[in-house]
Design a protein around this ligand. Structure first.
Ligand SMILES: [Zn+2]
Length: 416
């Protein structure tokens, strides 16, 4: 493969995936706007026109924001690669760090992270403090945001730094099979993170308190016993500290497995509805959806690392992406920049797989709780999260991890 072939392929993937994303986003906007004036018949009794219109406006605002982000993302990738940005950073750091040393690679990652943070800062501030705030969802204060940023930066340096050092060292020292070693280390790290995250990291950002509502806890414990599920406790998280959006989830596995409810969820749902939502989450667990996800991630990442092992040996890989220098760090950075456009065709497949899991979890919830409770819980969540009930079918097919409201609720009602 020559450098110019790679450049052409890269530009094709970048603009083709960008073009499809733009087209889908515009389709979604047209579809939602066209259905803004009437609540779909099946929801007419449960969702008011004002709530439906708020959902449409929220979806349209997020779509406009997404299209600007898409353009900014394209500019960023092009500026770093063919625009010479990475080469510039590489040369700049060479004044302080010998380019053949691993420190130089570590510094390059650091500089790139800071530059990326600054590039994205206006967008993320706008999203939280203007867009989310306009629809009444933002609860984050400037203080929380600054503390969050400081804490996550510190964690990135303390955990990401040594991990990155280890990866760069393996790339340099393990010969032709370095990619296999690197893959092994990353998989081990990911598994460790699944245990460490809920116990030590998440509590740095949120308060987790045992569920105090005894009647609700008793109800949930009955459900858990019925489903044969052991957990390390029921917790309530202060999700309201940052956002009004509600959720419930499981984290960890083995001894660290716990059930977490957002306080925002408990505030809006009845105990019966909470039970039905939890039964749905238990369905994901019983069908081993999380384990399947981890396994797929392991297989896919092995394939990507094998590809990276080969690409790293091609001089065209660097030259074709606008970089003259060669280093382990540049190999990883270039690969991560081009991975998105080239793996874009996987998006609809992953979405399809995820929606299949949602149907399976719903079926489990119907078998172990009341379908009617899940329906009313979902309607409240759609309404309170201002999720659109009228997505463009193609946009939904491509991106949605959850089935469209009408189809999902239709199935639940048929089962009730
Ligand atoms: Zn689910």
């Amino acid at each position: 493969m020559t450098a110019s072939t790679l450049t052409a392929l890269f530009l094709l993937a970048l603009f083709l995936s960008g073009g499809i994303r733009l087209w889908l986003s515009l389709r979604q906007a047209r579809h939602v706007a066209a259905h803004r004036s009437t609540v779909p018949a099946e929801f007419a009794a449960s969702i008011e026109l004002t709530a439906h219109q708020k959902a449409a406006d929220y979806t349209l605002a997020k779509g406009r924001f997404g299209r600007i982000e898409l353009a900014l993302g394209l500019i960023w990738v092009l500026a770093l690669t063919l625009g010479g940005g990475l080469q510039l950073m590489h040369d700049l750091l060479a004044q302080w760090f010998e380019p053949s040393k691993l420190w130089h690679g570590l510094a390059l990652f650091g500089l790139l992270s800071v530059a990326g943070f600054v590039w994205e800062l206006p967008g993320s501030l706008y999203y939280t403090f203007v867009l989310e705030a306009r629809f009444g969802f933002n609860k984050t204060t400037a203080k929380t945001l600054i503390l969050d940023t400081l804490k996550s930066s510190l964690l990135t340096v303390l955990i990401g730094g040594p991990l990155l050092w280890c990866v760069l060292w393996l790339m340099r020292s393990m010969g032709a099979n370095w990619w296999l070693w690197t893959w092994g280390v990353l998989i081990a790290f990911n598994l460790a993170a699944m245990v460490i995250y809920p116990l030590f990291i998440a509590p740095l950002f949120n308060k987790f308190e045992p569920l105090k509502d005894e009647a609700l806890a008793a109800r949930i414990n009955l459900l858990l016993a019925r489903c044969g599920f052991q957990s390390k406790g029921l917790f309530v998280m202060d999700g309201s500290k940052r956002s009004a959006h509600g959720n419930a989830y499981f984290t960890g596995f083995g001894a660290a497995k716990r059930i977490v409810f957002f306080d925002t969820l408990l505030a809006t749902l009845t105990p019966e509805e909470v039970e039905a939502v939890l039964a749905h989450e238990l369905g994901h667990f019983k069908h081993r959806h999380i384990a399947q996800r981890v396994a797929l991630f392991a297989v896919l990442s092995l394939a990507f690392f094998a590809l990276l092992g080969w690409l790293a040996q091609q001089p065209a890989f660097f030259a074709g992406l606008g970089v003259e220098a060669h280093s382990e760090a540049l190999t990883l950075i270039l690969f991560s920049l081009i991975l998105g456009p080239f793996t874009f065709p996987l998006t609809p497949m992953m979405s399809f797989w995820s929606r299949k899991h949602e149907f399976e979890a719903d079926a489990y919830a119907v078998a172990n709780a009341q379908a009617g409770d899940l329906v009313s819980a979902l309607v409240k969540l759609y309404r309170d999260n201002a999720a659109t009930l009228t997505p463009d079918p193609l946009h939904s097919l491509f991106y949605d991890s959850h089935p469209p409201a009408a189809i999902r609720i239709g199935r639940l009602k048929a089962a009730a």
